[in-house]
Design a protein around this ligand. Structure first.
Ligand SMILES: NC(=O)c1ccc[n+]([C@@H]2O[C@H](COP(=O)([O-])OP(=O)(O)OC[C@H]3O[C@@H](n4cnc5c(N)ncnc54)[C@H](O)[C@@H]3O)[C@@H](O)[C@H]2O)c1
Ligand SMILES: [Zn+2]
Length: 363
């Protein structure tokens, strides 16, 4: 088992990564002495795939378990869904001392974390991520949230889990498009933090796409380590460092907003386009070289992610950039690449350059 520590003082926790670790989840949770009973938030599909394995392992460790099934979509992150889950949790708890477990992707993780952070002013929380995106990104770092009608993740908290249990075998049941969704964030880690890791990805793309167990485990472990380091250095995104994780996300989010979260484009696809557009901006500002931008675009294409978008309005994308909720003190933070493994955060990008970069990525 690979174990990575997220160093946050009293709130420190481990990310445990292994193929098949789900059957040891009960033992791991029990050893933390955080609860007598487990309230597992998941959806119907994930329960049918992994619910039995998890509940058997919890029973074997001598704890009670109950499932709470939420819708299989972003709808699970509505305030109505959040409150319904809280009501069911209160009925199950009755003073037992519960921990909330998220068994699923980022949607389940964000909702379950927000439930754990708000129930009884905070109960123990465990992340068991089952999508590649959740394993390398959303399950680590303690950002939990639900959505409002007009904006995603607007109501939330920083609430760290007690442990993250990452069973890489669970991603075998994911559709290829969901694997690519996670790969966009994975490529992002290489670009912002680690040139060696980026080269590793270039060398091993086909093994990764064919689910080579060792490659997947190495890749998930490396990304977990990178994200853990960023979070430990700037847990609440106060120092500006954590914002490097938003590389590719300014234009990416705007594309998602302009497409009104249509199924035609998912988060990873939008981030992939956002990353190449950020390179376009850097190139226009003469901050990076064509050869570097081409290398990154090459890897993005190789994993089957898009580098341009069609069917959207340019104005809608530019408006969405203008209203990005990540604007800090009236300034938008752009994460711009210099080299692979080196980005800078900057708040002064001329409007005509932003427009030209977006336009370049329109079909
Ligand atoms: N908290 C954070 O730091 C953070 C970071 C990034 C994204 N997010 C949030 O994460 C969410 C997106 O997460 P996601 O990409 O994991 O999507 P998701 O949770 O919607 O999962 C994608 C799909 O895969 C299914 N699924 C999950 N595990 C499966 C498995 N093992 N086999 C087969 N199907 C499986 C789900 O039911 C769903 O249909 C968004 O709400 C986003 O806001 C949060
Ligand atoms: Zn993202």
């Amino acid at each position: 088992m690979k174990k990575i520590k997220v160093n946050l003082g009293e709130k420190s926790y481990s990310i445990c990564i292994q193929n098949g670790i789900l059957s040891s989840a009960g033992r791991i949770i029990k050893s933390l002495h955080i609860a007598k009973a487990c309230y597992i938030i998941t959806n119907k599909k994930i329960k049918s795939l992994y619910g039995d394995k998890l509940s058997r392992s919890i029973s074997a460790a001598g704890m009670d378990a109950a499932f709470c099934i939420v819708p299989d979509s972003e709808r699970a992150k509505s305030h109505l869904s959040w409150f319904k889950v809280l009501e069911n949790l209160a009925r199950f708890d009755k003073g037992k001392g519960v921990c909330v477990i998220a068994l699923g992707g980022g949607v389940v993780g964000d909702l379950a974390g927000f439930v754990a952070s708000t129930y009884r002013r905070g109960v123990a929380f465990v992340q068991i991520p089952t999508t590649l995106l959740a394993q390398v990104d959303s399950a680590i770092g303690g950002k939990v949230a639900i959505d409002m009608d007009f904006a995603k993740n607007l109501v939330g908290a920083f609430y760290q889990p007690k442990v993250v249990i990452t069973d890489i075998s669970t991603i075998k049941s994911l559709p290829k498009r969901q694997i690519r969704n996670g790969l966009a964030e994975i490529i992002k880690y290489g670009v912002i933090l680690d040139k060696k890791f980026f080269s590793y990805l270039e060398k091993n793309v086909s093994k990764i796409m064919n689910f080579n167990r060792i490659c997947i485990e190495d890749m998930v472990t490396c990304c977990s380590k990178l994200k853990a380091e960023v979070v430990a250095a700037d847990e609440h995104e106060k120092l500006g460092y954590r914002s490097i994780l938003n590389f590719g996300h300014t234009i990416g989010h705007a594309i998602e907003t302009a497409s009104a979260y249509k199924k035609s484009i998912n988060h990873g696809e939008a981030v992939a386009i956002g990353m190449v557009a950020a390179f376009d901006i850097s190139l226009m500002l003469k901050m990076t070289k064509h050869s570097i931008a081409q290398r990154v675009e090459g890897l993005i294409k190789q994993v089957g992610l898009p580098v341009s978008v069609s069917g959207l309005g340019l104005k809608d994308v530019l408006n969405a950039i203008a209203f990005d909720k990540k604007i800090v003190k009236g300034k938008r933070r752009w994460v711009l690449p210099i080299d692979i493994g080196h980005v800078v955060v900057c708040d002064k990008v001329p409007q005509d350059i932003i427009k030209a970069a977006v336009l370049k990525r329109f079909n």
